[in-house]
Structures are given as C-alpha cells and as structure tokens.
Design a protein around this ligand. Sequence first.
Ligand SMILES: Cc1cc2nc3c(=O)[nH]c(=O)nc-3n(C[C@H](O)[C@H](O)[C@H](O)COP(=O)(O)OP(=O)(O)OC[C@H]3O[C@@H](n4cnc5c(N)ncnc54)[C@H](O)[C@@H]3O)c2cc1C
Length: 225
Amino acid sequence: MLARIDETGIDSNVSIKLTQFGLELDPELAYRNARRIVEDAARRGNFVRVDMEGSTVTQATIDVFKRLRAEFGLDDVGIVIQSYLYRTMEDARDLLKIPARIRLCKGAYNEPPEVAYPAKKDVDANYVRVMQLLLASGVYHGIATHDPKMINATIEFAQREGIGKEAFEFQMLYGIRRDLQDQLARDGYRMRVYVPYGKHWYPYFMRRLAERPANIWFVLKNLWK
Ligand SMILES: Cc1cc2nc3c(=O)[nH]c(=O)nc-3n(C[C@H](O)[C@H](O)[C@H](O)COP(=O)(O)OP(=O)(O)OC[C@H]3O[C@@H](n4cnc5c(N)ncnc54)[C@H](O)[C@@H]3O)c2cc1C
C-alpha cells in the first residue's frame, strides 16, 4: 500500500491496528511487524498512525508506539487517544513530552464504567479539554470527529489562541458528514478522510453500526448502487 501511495503520488498516510499485527499474541511480534511498516514509510517520507483499540490493549499499544517513536521521527509515526477513557488526559501529557503526533477521537469500543466515562457529556467535555492541550502544544495533531460541537470548539479555540489553520487537521470517516468535510475544506481547514481498506471489514462495520444503527441504510444503499 505504501508503494502504491508512492507511485500514485496521492496525499495519503496509513493507519494500522496493532492487534492485526499480533499484539494479543505477543507484543514483541506486533512491534517487529509494525516496525517494518514504519521503517518503509519513513524511507518514503510517509507517516504511519497507530490506531487505538479496546482498553485491554491501551497500555500495550502505547508501549509499542513509544518504542517505535524512540527509533523513528515525529513525522514518521503517530498514535491515537480516546476522550472516553479516564486515563487519556494523563496519556496526552505523557505523549506530548516525547513529543508525539496524536489523533484525538472519542473512542469506538464498548468500555465499562471502571475505565471510561459512561455519559456522552463527560466524553465531550474531556474531548474539548484534551483538544485544547493538543492544539496548544505546537505539534501537528489530528482532530477526528464528526461532531459539529467538537469542531466548533476546535475552531474557536484555535482562533482565540492564534493557532493557524495549517497547524492541525480535522479527520472524518469515509462517507460520514461529507457536507461538513466539504465545508471545512472550503473554509481552508485541513480535512483528512479515513478510508477503511482490506478484506476484514466486518469488525469496522460493526463498530460503525453500534455507534449509529442508521448506518445500515448507508451501507445497503451503497451496495445497491
Ligand atoms: C479519522 C478517524 C479515526 C478514528 N480512529 C479511531 C481509533 O483509532 N480508535 C477508536 O476507538 N476510534 C476511532 N475513531 C472513531 C471515534 O472514536 C468515534 O467512535 C466516531 O468518530 C464517532 O464519534 P464522533 O466524534 O463523530 O461523535 P459522536 O458523538 O458519536 O457523533 C456526533 C455526530 O456525528 C455524526 N456521526 C457520528 N458517527 C456517525 C456515523 N457512524 N454515521 C453517521 N453520522 C455519524 C452524527 O451527526 C452525530 O450526531 C476514529 C474516527 C475518525 C473520524
């Protein structure tokens, strides 16, 4: 995939999930596999984002990421944090010390109240707090959300603090809120679209469905087309 991106010259980087590289079997194996990808991406001047998965692998994911980041540059490899987890503000502070390029999202896994805010309003409030910390850090981060409230809070904070539109990017999932994607791009913001790719689409689809059952119509409509 990295070779094709190179050949076609499209403006794109790659996100990977470490469980697909062996994380739950052996973190060392996942590290070695991910390292091969990051090494190739770095050689090509591309960037690899390590997605964040369920809370049982949060620490293991961060540990592998830190090892990769120790070997590769800020612009070679980045990570994701989820505002629904209680630990996330601490993780953000810790990762910024390295520093690291971070994607902030709300979180897509079904988590127990022992580790994650059960109420949406708390997840959102934490999102805004962490977003502010990230934007103020001066590192190039990704603000991943389709939520107009989170997007407006980001725009307002950036304007208030004099943070330029080129200093961060918005990110949304392929096919979701395309109107908002277009609008942000027209307004001069950087807008990256996450495109799921590969044969194992089912778990991805189930997470989207759990978030929003109406997505079933979106999928059926597109299959029909
Ligand atoms: C680029 C990108 C990368 C991501 N990477 C990760 C990751 O590594 N780990 C992880 O746990 N999660 C990841 N996520 C998923 C994320 O955690 C949320 O589950 C998802 O983005 C929904 O949250 P929201 O911020 O859009 O807000 P929500 O509060 O869920 O939704 C706000 C509004 O957005 C719209 N919307 C949201 N979701 C949908 C949908 N599926 N279909 C249609 N409309 C919708 C609706 O209008 C909704 O009212 C990623 C999301 C994006 C955009």
